[in-house]
Ligand binder design. Sequence first.
Ligand code: FES
Length: 161
Amino acid sequence: MFVQAPESIQFSSELDDFIEEWKNRPGNLIMVLHRVQEEFGYIPRAAAIEVAHRLGVNLAKIYGVITFYHFFKLTKPGRNKIQVCMGTACYLKKGEDLINELENILGVGLNTVTDDGEFSMEAVRCVGCCGLAPVLMVGKDVFGKVTKAQLPEIVAKYRKA
Ligand code: FES
């Protein structure tokens, strides 16, 4: 059974064009979901329903894909997304200590958003710069050889004044 399109979500014209271009190609669902997540930072339910409608696939199939691939998020991340690398090199360089300290500073744990919506934090696999371990990213900015002592300053840099 296919679902009705919701009226409450607006896609950018770029996303509209992308879906139109990929609509009939094999493997389109994952490509489209990637673009949706790029646009919203996660997959809002209304967007999943809209994608189901436009691609003519069952909503259950979409949620099957979203929940199978850890890359896809079902909840909105903070305005600043902090990713702490927990790949082998970073783990060995005590990346976990960074997570614990960030939990103290932010007052939230992994995969949670601060009350003001400013920050969310997640542990990720190798981000590809192991020589800089331990590594964390805030949005697209990369911080290497991070110490616990540097964390308050890094967080303050991104907190809205
Ligand atoms: S393990 Fe952290 S960057 Fe590779």
